[in-house]
Design a binder for this molecule. Structure first.
Ligand SMILES: O=c1ccn([C@H]2C[C@H](O)[C@@H](CO)O2)c(=O)[nH]1
Ligand SMILES: [Zn+2]
Length: 136
């Protein structure tokens, strides 16, 4: 799967966004090691804090279908520069994705920022951090 194809899919995934409150559609495309792509969009709620971001929608779809091995993620929104994933999504991504996994952030103007999971959330709290206390 080419980076460009994944970016295209993230842009297309915005079409299903449910965004009556923010009117800010976001799309995500999460690539598995098997070459499967899970799409995600943001899904808002009248109880605003219950909103689910595009990145977490894609991740939760994949995990709920039994896929946990990921090789790349693309995210798209209509932002001035490449879209910046929120803190909650950065933490959820760090749970399942390798620190060096590529993440492609884009906007509708074609700006692309290549980054990684660990660049998005340096020092993430991970499953490893739970092992010290568990081993006492
Ligand atoms: O990376 C991001 C940033 C924001 N949002 C959503 C949450 C909310 O629905 C809207 C405005 O914050 O955009 C995402 O889905 N992903
Ligand atoms: Zn988010």
């Amino acid at each position: 799967m080419e980076k460009e194809q994944l970016l295209e899919q993230a842009i297309a995934a915005r079409e299903n966004a449910y965004v009556p409150y923010s009117k800010f559609p976001v799309g995500a495309a999460l690539l598995t090691s098997d070459g499967k792509v899970y799409l995600g969009c943001n899904i808002e709620n009248a109880g605003y804090s219950l909103t689910n971001c595009a990145e977490r929608t894609a991740m939760f779809k994949a995990v709920s279908e039994g896929d946990r091995t990921f090789t790349a993620l693309a995210v798209s929104a209509d932002t001035e520069g490449p879209v910046s994933p929120c803190g909650a999504c950065r933490q959820v991504l760090a749970e399942f994705c390798a620190p060096d996994m590529p993440v492609y952030l884009t906007n509708l103007k074609g700006d692309v920022q290549d980054t990684t999971i660990s660049e998005l959330l340096p020092g993430a709290f991970t499953p490893e951090d739970l092992k010290y206390a568990a081993g006492k």
